[in-house]
Design a protein around this ligand. Sequence first.
Ligand SMILES: [Zn+2]
Length: 436
Amino acid sequence: MERRLVSLVVVVIMAAVAGAATAADEGVVSDADLEATVREVLREVPLIDGHNDAPWAIRNRVSNHLADFDFRNTEALEKPMHTDIRRLRAGGVGGQFWSVWVPVELDHAEAVVTVIEQIDLVHRLTEAYPEDLELALTADDIVQIHSRGRIASLIGMEGGHSIDNSLAVLRRFYTLGVRYLTLTHWANTDWVDAATDTPEHDGLSPFGEVVVREMNRLGMLVDLSHVSAAGMRDVLDVSRAPVFFSHSCALALNSHPRNVPDDVLERIAEKGGVVMINFGSYFVDQKITERHAAYKAEETRLETLNPGDPQAVEDGMKAWLEANPLWTVPLAKLADHFDHVRKVAGVDHVGIGSDYDGISALPAGMEDVSGYPALLVELMRRGWSREDIAKVAGLNILRVMREAEAVAAELQKTEGPFEVRIDDDGYGEHEEASGN
Ligand SMILES: [Zn+2]
């Protein structure tokens, strides 16, 4: 009896000590401490975001007139932006792929001109704010620009429609500084299917294969965000360099067709690539995706019920929105995508691809480009180490860029520019490849 009592007391004391130790640990590793660690990491390693749509937002607001615009602070604009230099600095950003996206609705020639205007805008931004921004063309450039205390600015092109089915145009975009091409946007191109369109090519067409091979030879990264799952798998078969996603979430957590299936996550890892995760609530949270689908269905229903009466549709949608208000997704939901990609692909294959200024709803605390440290603190709270944080922030994409640069240097020893045209025999939309 007495022995049992003693045992019980010992157990109680041990439990109390364990509890005290846990509380003490929690006290030691406060959020402030974790943020200090994150800030330290971001001084050593550039935080590189894979996708930001500020160039289109600037076109949208001031028609690319930089004289009418202050990129240091865009909060006072009539339509505020997620991005400006002040908040990029607050967010610890060291490198940014600026997206030179143009709408798929533009006809091809118009798309080419518009992309060139957007590329010109990124060049002019870096020239207008030389103390803060500097154009980067290689992984080494990013590291050096970061060490000079500036934000390395890279150009990523979104949507294969922008090359007008011409490898010559693709090559000249490389010389203008473009370092990745997202093969599609929302619609199919003439040579690869998009995730959000009706399949036409069963993935990548024979001409699409040549586009990928030429990108490998140039050292332009192949971006699979927006591409159909069949297209992702075809590119993984064909590419001679690591490929990546500049702004995509995990399909296992939200069945949006834009998100990445687990088998592709595994293959991205085998290929040495990286999945840079989108922050948009619409891609993060299954329930927001479902709400959006319900919104679209209601709109279609009202349009059918009220032909030629847009006011009735507008009134009906207003009532629907009042009955179905949008909510803010907790940061934890976004962090779950990082945990999932890490679990399936590994910590060497996770990155950040916010999609700021290209999306509307964002998780709590991630409303603008000052939010990155909060995300990294959340990951550290979940057990990600200092080294893991350095990888997700920048080391993983730097490794991918270096590998793609090395592959290109090697290929250029033996391969010249591809001279295939999309209307050459064997390279048409539905024909089988007959040669190189
Ligand atoms: Zn996009």
